[in-house]
Design a protein around this ligand. Structure first.
Ligand SMILES: NC(=O)c1ccc[n+]([C@@H]2O[C@H](COP(=O)([O-])OP(=O)(O)OC[C@H]3O[C@@H](n4cnc5c(N)ncnc54)[C@H](O)[C@@H]3O)[C@@H](O)[C@H]2O)c1
Length: 275
């Protein structure tokens, strides 16, 4: 390989779930520019050129299976980017559907050895290790329907935070079994990032003081997408099981104590089970 070939996607076919807008769209554009053939799955229409577009509502398991049947493989990378901020479908859209899709693509052999999965978690998923027994119990559910039923039966788990903690725990736990099949799995944990979802939920205020103190702008979708593209590229061949903070150092300087202002809210996040 040349020095930069490991970062590229020439000859690779990539699936982006949630690629109509925001970070998913930015990831699709990034890997396309790096040489990939791109398949986008979303409930919304895609307004830029892709090789295959599949319409799906992730809250409907039958529709999801039909959408997976339409994916033309082999696939070398999956970006699981679809997500919502809350409501009764938050666990299905943010985690249960993505797990189902990943597991079917592995079982079907569509995701080939050497491939990789990158999910989008959040700073809201911090502290997942404190709740591992509950998360392991949830992750023991074998399929979409049983995971959905588990959430219905456990108060306080149908939340954005639990969906992101579930991603972090899943990514950590699956690194071993997936690597026996030659597949890696990682996630990014973005800080507030300027997308339609963040604007609709006023998330950009979360690190506003840190942004002012560091004279930096809010993160853009393409800045998260570049990290996702790296994690799913051969350049990250040694990286698996990681949920990587992409927040310009807001969380770490808060934990480390140099950014005192951030400490209370980060400590709150890290000790909460969910909200
Ligand atoms: N923007 C932020 O500040 C921020 C921070 C941390 C994590 N995240 C996470 O990043 C991910 C992407 O969010 P974004 O900010 O790019 O938002 P976005 O709204 O721009 O993108 C989300 C995409 O998911 C799709 N989608 C939503 N529900 C769907 C469903 N039921 N079926 C199929 N597709 C569906 C939407 O159509 C959209 O294309 C989400 O998981 C979000 O939780 C966002």
């Amino acid at each position: 390989m040349t020095e930069t070939a490991a970062f590229r996607y020439d000859g690779k076919r990539v699936l982006v779930v949630g690629g109509a807008t925001g970070m998913g769209a930015a990831a699709a554009r990034a890997v396309s520019a790096l040489g990939a053939e791109v398949v986008v799955m979303d409930r919304a229409p895609v307004d830029y050129p892709v090789d295959q577009q599949i319409t799906v509502d992730l809250t409907d398991p039958g529709a999801l299976d039909a959408a997976i049947d339409q994916v033309t493989g082999p696939l070398h990378a999956v970006f699981s980017a679809a997500g919502i901020a809350g409501g009764p479908a938050v666990m299905r859209v943010n985690f249960i559907a993505h797990r189902h899709l990943a597991e079917r693509l592995v079982q079907d052999g569509t995701l080939v050895p050497g491939s990789a999965i990158c999910m989008i978690s959040s700073v809201a998923g911090l502290g997942w290790q404190n709740h591992l027994p509950l998360l392991v119990d949830f992750l023991a559910t074998p399929d979409y329907a049983s995971a959905d039923a588990w959430v219905d039966g456990h108060d306080g788990t149908c939340t954005y935070m639990f969906s992101k903690q579930a991603i972090n725990a899943y990514v950590a736990r699956e690194s071993y079994p997936l690597l026996t099949k030659g597949i890696r799995i990682n996630a990014v944990c973005p800080g507030p990032t300027d997308t339609p979802l963040a604007r609709a939920n006023t998330w950009l205020g979360f690190d506003e003081q840190y942004r002012k103190a560091t004279a930096t702008a809010p993160l853009r979708a393409d800045e998260i997408a570049d990290v996702m593209a790296f994690l799913n590229s051969s350049a990250a061949a040694g990286v698996s099981g990681v949920s990587l903070l992409v927040d310009s150092g807001h969380v770490m300087s808060s934990i480390g104590g140099s950014w005192e202002t951030g400490r209370p809210v980060i400590e709150f996040l890290m000790t909460q089970r969910s909200v």
